[in-house]
Every structure is written in C-alpha cells, then in structure tokens.
Design a protein around this ligand. Structure first.
Ligand code: UGA
Length: 435
C-alpha cells in the first residue's frame, strides 16, 4: 500500500519508518527542507533507540523515501497521515494551525480517493473540522474519508511502542476507511486489540489516557510525601497497590513531577476542552496544579538538605525529562534548575544526551561537565533528577572524595539508603526515611 506521512517530527518519523517496515511504501513529508535533506542523507534528527536502523533498512529496500513537497509526496497515496505538531497556546488549548494548513494543502492536491488519518493529538472535533476544510478546498469532486488514529508511543521506546502497542484506536464512521486502516495495520492484526469507534471517541481516548497516567504519577507523588510524614516507604506502598490488578504496577514511580512534550500539554488541553464544552475535569485541574507545586517542593527539599542556596555550588545530574531521550521540554529538572539559579546557586550539570538542548535554554549560566565526577568536583551536594541507567552505577566512593560535602539528593530513588550509607553519604530520596 502507498502511504504518505506529513510531518517528520517524533510521531511522524516513527510512524513512517515503522509502516515501511510493515511492508508499505511510505513517503515521509516535511516542509522543513533542511530536515528532509538530512533524512535523505540517512541522518536522523532525533535520538530514538532502533529508529536509525529501521530508517536505513527501509530506505535501502526502497520502501521509505522523503519529500519536501506535499503535492508530490501524497501523489498516489491511498492513506495520508497527518503527524504535525499541535503546540500549546498561552491558554493551554492546542494550536491547530499546522493541522489546518496541512488539511487545506492536501485538499488542493487530492485527485483520487484517499483516507486522511489524524495522528496528531488534537481536541475533540478536529477530525470533523479537517473533513470540512478538505471538502471546502477540493479542486475537483474527489471522495475521501477522515480517520482519527491517536498515537500512544513514548519517547525512548517509540519503535517498540509502535510495533507492539497495547491497542490501536481507529475512529471513523466509514466502512471503506475502516477496511483500509485494517490493511495499514495488517502486521499487528493477530496480537493487538483494535478499538473501532467514531472520531470524537478516538480523539478523547488519547487525552483521557494521558491525563489518567499523569494522574497516577501525581497520585503516587503525593503519597510519597505522605510516606515521608508518617514513616512509610513509597516503594512498598506502590508495590502493594500495584499488585491489585485493578490498579496495576505501572506509572507508580515517584519522582520530581511529570514532564515532557505530552502530559503537561495534554492535561492542560483536556481541562481547556472541558471548559469549552461547559464542563470541568476538576481532578485533572488539580493534577496540573499539584505537578507545578511538586517542582517547588523539590527545591524546598534541596534547600532543607543542602542549606542556604546563595553562592552554593551544586552538582546536578540529569536534565532530560526522562532517560533515553535528549528532550528537555517541560523537564522538571530544568524547572528546578531555574529556581535554584534564581536563589543564587551555582550549578555543575551533566546529562548523557540533553546537554546541547539545555544549553539552548540556559546558555552559559550553567557549568556543563563531561561526566558526573567532573560535576561533583567541589560541590556542596549532588542531586539526581533523571534516572539514566549510567547514574545507577556511579562510583560512590569516588564521588564522595570529590564532593565538598557528602550529600546525595536522589529525586528518582535510584539508590537505596543502605548502599549509599556505606560510603558515608547523607542521603535524601523521596517517600522514605532519609538518613
Ligand atoms: C506519554 C505517554 O506515556 C505515551 O503513551 C503517549 O503516546 C505520549 O505521552 C504522547 O502523548 O505522545 P512520554 O511523554 O514519552 O509518553 O513519556 P512517559 O514515559 O509517559 O513519561 C512522562 C512523564 O511521567 C515523565 O516525566 C516521567 O518521568 C514521568 N513518570 C512516568 C513518572 O514520574 N513516574 C512514572 O511512574 C512514570
């Protein structure tokens, strides 16, 4: 099947590469000519496990190509995916200008029946709006259908998530489009649950899922605070809760708050959508506020343990919003860093992948170090804010000798108090007794 994917960002590129791997002939399209030139040269602009190999293999086998021209790229495509960004506006609502512009351009070039599939996370009602825009801008009477097919992949495990999803959600009222979408995902048919529904339900499933997961994370974060107050251990509490199959063990890891390009944006957008329809999702509104507050609380914790921050040098490990990505969008680490800087602290930072992205935001206000040991040199405390695997195996003896004071503040609980105590550290983590 010939497929076009418009937008070669995170979701678009992974979708294009994986669909090519399913055996389809895919053209990935982007208006950013520089990005297309890079991709044509086999260079991948994002850091994602396994993606480069899939892109190269499918380029070599002539199933994946790139185009900077939408009209040419969609020629002959039976299915056209829209995977462009929907950045948040000031008021939290999603900015749909890219989706709408793409819909208009598709209409201007459509010459035969095609299924237009929305993969971007868009407010309820956008599928219908896309249909109206296309209908209004067609140059000739051409039939088409619009489908909502939200994407649930996570950064860092995007390829795996795309090729082994828990479910595939297809929102359409057209039987013809439904059959074509079944063919698009033929490779997953035997082991994956498919949810066929209407456009609105499909659009809402995406927001409701992300908001629920953000709620789960926020819930365990508040329970962690309570654990500290009452002398309980959040790991055991989470384990005990997670063994209830109605709750499940995932997304119950406490941390400095959720971040990234999805949870913060989608929770705000869901709250906005509800208000636009005269409803309130008060739980989600509370989650948003609690997550903001969480980062302040982390700074308070650091201040309490490390002492007054003005003029204090701190080592700070982990900048990305989670491991295995260079993405720092809405990273709690950066929000905490920003507050520490405001209070006059000097920061020696390290991250295995996200230093360049961080430099774009903080410039030379931070001291960027080559490794955790360089960061620790002469610092009054060491803070871990992202659970990179490489931080789980630090040489604690060496770190202790480099730090000015042996203080370890672990905001991801990657160590246990016992193992750190052996090296003479004063150790603070989340949701369990400090030593
Ligand atoms: C999230 C969803 O998990 C994906 O299903 C969805 O497709 C994606 O958003 C999206 O809408 O595009 P992602 O933002 O890549 O994926 O990251 P997650 O792994 O979900 O983590 C989100 C945040 O929650 C991170 O800051 C992470 O550190 C935090 N988190 C997650 C916790 O603090 N504790 C947990 O137990 C799990």
């Amino acid at each position: 099947m010939k497929i076009a994917v418009i937008g070669s960002g995170y979701v678009g590129l992974v979708t294009a590469a994986c669909l090519a791997d399913f055996g389809h002939f895919v053209t990935a399209i982007d208006k950013d000519q520089e990005k297309i030139a890079l991709l044509k040269a086999g260079k991948i602009p994002i850091y994602e496990m396994g993606l480069e190999e899939i892109v190269h293999r499918n380029m070599e086998e002539n199933r994946l190509s790139f185009s900077g021209n939408l009209g040419e790229g969609i020629k002959g495509a039976q299915v056209i995916f829209i995977g462009v960004g929907t950045p948040p506006r000031e008021d939290g609502s999603a900015d749909l200008q890219h989706v709408e512009a793409v819909a208009k351009e598709i209409a201007q070039h459509l010459t035969e029946y095609a299924v237009i599939v929305n993969k971007s996370t868009v407010p309820v009602g956008t599928g219908r709006r896309v249909r109206e825009i296309i209908a209004a801008n067609l140059q000739a009477p051409v039939e088409f259908d619009v489908v909502s097919n939200p994407e649930f992949l996570r950064e860092g495990t995007a390829v795996m998530d795309f090729t082994h999803p828990d479910r595939v959600v297809i929102g359409t009222e057209s039987e013809r489009a439904r059959k074509i979408m079944e063919e698009v995902y033929h490779a997953l048919r035997d082991e994956t649950a498919f949810v066929f529904t209407n456009l609105e339900s499909a659009e809402l499933i995406k927001y409701a899922s992300n908001a629920f997961l953000a709620t789960k994370v926020t819930f365990i974060n508040e329970i962690a605070d309570l654990c500290e107050a009452v002398g309980a251990d959040v790991h055991v509490v989470a384990e005990g809760m997670g063994l209830d199959s109605r709750i499940g063990p995932k997304f119950l890891r406490t941390g400095p708050g959720y971040g990234g390009s999805c949870f913060p944006k989608d929770t705000r957008a869901l709250a906005r959508i509800a208000r636009d329809y005269g409803e309130r999702v008060t739980i989600v509104e509370t989650v948003i506020a609690a997550n903001e507050n969480r980062k302040k609380r982390m700074v308070e914790k650091i201040r309490r343990i490390a002492g007054p921050l003005a003029g204090k040098t701190l080592a700070f490990l982990g900048l990305a919003f989670k491991p295995n990505t260079d993405d720092v969008r809405e990273s709690p680490a950066l929000a905490i860093i920003s507050q520490l800087l405001d209070e006059g602290a000097e920061l020696r930072v390290h991250d295995p992948a996200a230093m360049e992205e961080t430099r774009k935001i903080f410039g030379e206000r931070l001291c960027y170090c080559n490794d955790p040991y360089e960061a620790a040199q002469g610092a009054g405390a060491l803070i871990i804010a992202t659970e990179w695997d490489s931080y789980r195996r630090l040489d604690l003896g060496r770190l202790r000798s480099l730090l000015q004071s042996p203080v370890l503040i672990d905001l991801r609980n990657i160590y246990t108090p016992e193992e750190v105590r052996k090296f003479g550290f004063s150790y603070e983590s989340l949701g369990r007794k400090s030593i």
